[in-house]
Design a protein around this ligand. Structure first.
Ligand code: FES
Length: 181
């Protein structure tokens, strides 16, 4: 704005009129108004740029643990098929399908046989961050997500980041089946 045009012969209004004494003042006014409008335009543009860059950081770390499952065994511990918490009796697996010294994952449960004729059942939901365990191997129940391992005897953690035991469901043998007690 320092180089304001003051030549009286410049017709910035486009009217062709050149009042003798007011030409310089008119030219100056036109230039200043134009500069003011330009400044306002820059201000608006700058505001737009600022708001678009500052609003992009919302919620950067918000979602990591939002999908934590319900604690294992809290409300989902009942066997499938009805009769969950009242009397048991729901079939979890055939006795013949549970290897001695190992176990099997069926439905929502890990059913194990740590000793001949002794059956246990645990929630298959890992107590670390809720992944379903996916393997029973070498006397261990294994979670694939962060390598936690659990005992087939009592579901207690034996390795990895998990610190709580898998939720246990009481079971019994009924005929050829392991059923909830
Ligand atoms: S969720 Fe199972 S080890 Fe992390």
């Amino acid at each position: 704005m320092t180089d304001v045009q003051t030549r009286p012969d410049t017709d910035l209004t486009g009217t062709g009129e050149q009042p003798a004494g007011n030409a310089a003042a008119t030219s100056r006014r036109v230039v200043l108004v134009g500069a003011g409008a330009l400044g306002a335009g820059c201000l608006l543009a700058a505001c737009g740029t600022d708001s678009s860059t500052s609003s992009s950081t919302t919620g950067a770390n918000g979602g990591d643990f939002s999908n934590d499952p319900a604690p294992a065994g809290s409300s989902t511990a009942g066997p499938k098929g009805g009769g969950d918490s009242s009397g048991g009796g729901a079939t979890l697996v055939a006795v013949a399908d549970v290897p001695e010294g190992g176990g099997v994952i069926k439905g929502d449960y890990v059913i194990t046989q740590p000793e001949a004729g002794t059956y246990k059942a645990f929630s298959k939901i890992c107590t670390h961050q809720g992944c379903p365990v996916n393997k029973v191997e070498n006397g261990q129940i294994k979670c694939p997500c962060h390598a936690s391992t659990f005992s087939i005897e009592d579901g207690s953690p034996t390795g990895g980041p998990a610190t709580k035991a898998l939720a246990e469901t009481k079971v019994k043998v009924d005929g050829d089946n392991v059923v909830s007690a």
